[in-house]
Design a protein around this ligand. Structure first.
Ligand code: NAP
Length: 309
């Protein structure tokens, strides 16, 4: 399927930067593991490395992530594309809440429009169609260059596509969890249908929230909620991590994080890893400019298949 002219730019972006941890205290321990100074350095390092696509959301740090990005954008002359998201909380019922929420996001970001506005989750009670109609309005008002969805299954994605098509607006993207530890979109039809419809898949939690960097183990689990989320898999993931280390060595010293991110690029998707500081940002940016061989991708597929039953 040909990609619509309007959304082509998203397919030209190989890699982005996720900003959930920028301001989030509950899950990501903002203020303890990373400060505003660390985050600014992560931003500067990424921009200097040629990363031009940032993903945030109105709910990240209750707006703090957008506010920080707004401040950082003032400090650079380089063009940076910003994607943010609308959360369809159950108490939001009017379609106008979406455009109102977008206006608040734009004010925090200091922008007159975003490059991509996404519906964060297909939460009930309102049907997909309700919020996608509102998304079309945001696009028609010129507040969003393109529009997308997130966490939509194949059927919901198709319905969003169909609603937007009535307005002659392409569905630009579906942002979903995708990594060597979560390959559901390969099996549930989302990846294939997105490719058929010319919808860009944006891969979130591409490092499985840090597990695929290889720095955590059952003896040294990640803190808090993450530790509980991944406690079952930390032992089982070790053979995959060993393979990633071997492949990294064969490639002249690539890290496990870089292997995990490059694998997603090889799968034709746009990974948006989070980075809390300059060191992480620099390492993640090192996933660009080279490719795993087909053989290496296959080896990683086989090793991760065992963890994706
Ligand atoms: N649409 C959605 O529903 C949704 C859901 C989740 C995420 N997202 C988006 O996707 C982005 C990325 O996902 P994510 O933040 O969940 O997970 P991720 O990118 O898989 O992992 C990010 C975390 O891994 C660690 N890390 C990152 N790079 C590293 C490196 N090079 N070396 C060592 N550790 C490193 C850091 O945490 P520690 O240092 O604490 O280990 C960092 O916060 C988010 O920022 C957000 O924009 C969207």
């Amino acid at each position: 399927m040909a990609i619509p002219e309007e959304t082509k730019f998203l397919f030209e972006i190989e890699f982005g930067l996720g900003a959930w941890a920028w301001g989030d205290r509950v899950f990501w321990s903002y203020g303890k593991t990373h400060t505003d100074i660390d985050i600014k350095e992560a931003f500067d390092t990424s921009i200097d490395a040629g990363i031009t696509f940032l993903d945030t959301a109105e709910v990240y740090g209750q707006g703090r992530s957008e506010t920080l990005i707004g401040e950082f954008l003032k400090s650079t002359k380089k063009p940076v594309m910003v994607a943010t998201k609308f959360m369809p909380f159950p108490w939001r019922v009017r379609k106008s809440s979406l455009v109102n929420a977008l206006k608040h996001s734009l004010s925090r970001l200091g922008l007159s429009s975003v490059d991509l506005y996404q519906i964060h989750w297909p939460f009930p009670p309102l049907p997909v169609e309700h919020w996608v109609e509102a998304l079309a309005e945001a696009k028609q008002n010129g507040l969003a260059r393109t529009v997308g969805v997130s966490n939509y299954n194949k059927n919901q994605m198709q319905r969003a596509y169909t609603v937007l098509a009535k307005y002659n607006i392409p569905l630009a993207s579906n942002q979903v969890e995708y990594s060597l530890l979560d390959r559901r979109i390969e099996k549930n039809g989302v990846l294939q249908r997105a490719n058929e419809l010319g919808i860009r898949i944006i891969s979130y939690s591409p490092l499985a929230k840090g597990i695929l960097t290889g720095k955590y183990s059952s003896e040294n689990p990640p803190p808090g909620v993450r530790g509980r989320q991944y406690s079952g898999i930390l032992k089982e993931v070790q053979p995959l991590l060993r393979l990633m280390t071997e492949i990294g060595q064969d490639l002249g010293g690539k890290t496990s994080a870089q292997i995990a991110l490059n694998w997603l690029i090889c799968k034709g998707t746009l990974p948006i890893p989070g980075a809390k500081n300059a060191k992480q940002a620099e390492m993640n940016a090192g996933s660009l400019g080279w490719r795993l061989t087909d053989e290496q991708v296959k080896l990683l597929d086989v090793a991760s298949d065992k963890l994706n039953k």
